[in-house]
Ligand binder design. Structure first.
Ligand SMILES: [Zn+2]
Length: 236
C-alpha cells in the first residue's frame, strides 16, 4: 500500500477498501480489510487493518488485527483501494433501512449512479455500518485451490460462506461503469468489534436491516498491474 500511495502520487494517503492479504507475509490466504495511513516524509505507516481467515480449530471465522501479527502494509493478488488525503470535508451521507429488492446497498448505489450519469464512470469510496441485521459474507480458505477454478460455481464451492451479525463496519470501493480498465466494479469487505468479518455480499435480513454510510467520489481511477489475460469469474 505504501507503493500504491506513491504510484497515485499521494504519499501519506489514507487508504481503505477490500483485498486479500499477502500470502507471502501471512503464510496463507485471508480476506483483508485495509485501513492504512501510508508512510510519508520519514513517518512510518500506520496500519489499522483487519484480516479474516478460516480458523483451523473449528472452521469458523477468525478475525485478527493485522498489526498484532505483522508489521508491513502488503496485500496480495488483488485489492480495490480508495486513497484520499484523510482530511475533514463534505461527504455523501447514505441512510437506508429495509431492502425491497434483490440488490445489495452497494449495487443499488452503483446502478443508481450508472442510470443517472450514463455518460460517465463515477467511482465512490467509503465506509458504511450495517447497524441492524445480518449479512452474507465469504472468507477464502487458508490454502489456495489445488486445481484451477473455471467457473463462478467452482469459485463458490471453494469459498467458505457465513452469516454474520451487525454492527458490521463495511469498506466499499465502487465504480458506476468500467471505463475500459477491466475493473471489478464493486468490492466491499467488512469487519466488526465482535470477531466477524470478510467479503460482504448482501444483508440477509431485508425487513430489519439498517445502513448508515459516508462516501466520497473519486477524482481519478488508477489501474495498477493490469493482467494481460483476463476473465470475469469470481467478480461478485
Ligand atoms: Zn473480497
Amino acid at each position: 500500500m505504501n507503493t500504491v500511495a506513491k504510484e497515485v502520487e499521494l504519499p501519506g494517503a489514507f487508504i481503505l477498501g477490500a483485498g486479500a492479504v499477502s500470502s507471502k507475509t501471512v503464510g496463507m490466504n485471508a480476506e483483508l480489510m485495509p485501513l492504512v495511513v501510508t508512510e510519508a516524509e520519514g513517518k512510518p505507516a500506520i496500519n489499522a487493518s483487519y484480516f479474516s481467515s478460516i480458523n483451523p480449530a473449528d472452521g469458523q471465522c477468525l478475525q485478527e488485527k493485522y498489526s498484532d501479527r505483522f508489521s508491513d502494509c502488503d496485500f496480495g493478488l488483488l485489492a480495490n483501494l480508495y486513497a484520499c488525503e484523510g482530511k475533514p470535508g463534505k461527504v455523501i451521507e447514505v441512510k437506508a433501512s429495509r431492502r425491497t429488492g434483490g440488490d445489495s446497498l452497494v449495487t443499488c448505489l452503483r446502478t443508481t449512479l450508472e442510470k443517472n450519469y450514463s455518460d460517465k464512470s463515477l467511482a465512490l469510496g467509503g465506509t458504511f455500518v450495517i447497524q441492524k441485521g445480518q449479512a452474507k459474507i465469504h472468507i477464502m480458505p487458508r490454502e489456495f485451490s489445488a486445481c484451477p477454478l473455471n467457473s463462478n460455481e467452482e469459485v463458490n464451492q471453494w469459498l467458505k460462506h457465513f452469516t454474520v451479525s451487525a454492527p458490521l463496519i463495511c469498506q466499499s470501493v465502487l465504480v458506476s461503469r468500467d471505463p475500459g480498465l477491466d475493473l471489478r466494479v464493486e468490492h466491499t469487505h467488512c469487519f466488526s468489534h465482535h470477531g466477524e468479518g470478510g467479503h460482504y455480499y448482501i444483508d440477509t435480513t431485508p425487513d430489519t436491516v439498517e445502513y448508515l454510510g459516508y462516501f466520497l467520489p473519486a477524482e481519478f481511477i488508477y489501474r495498477v498491474d493490469r493482467p494481460k489475460v483476463t476473465h470475469v469469474i469470481g467478480r461478485d
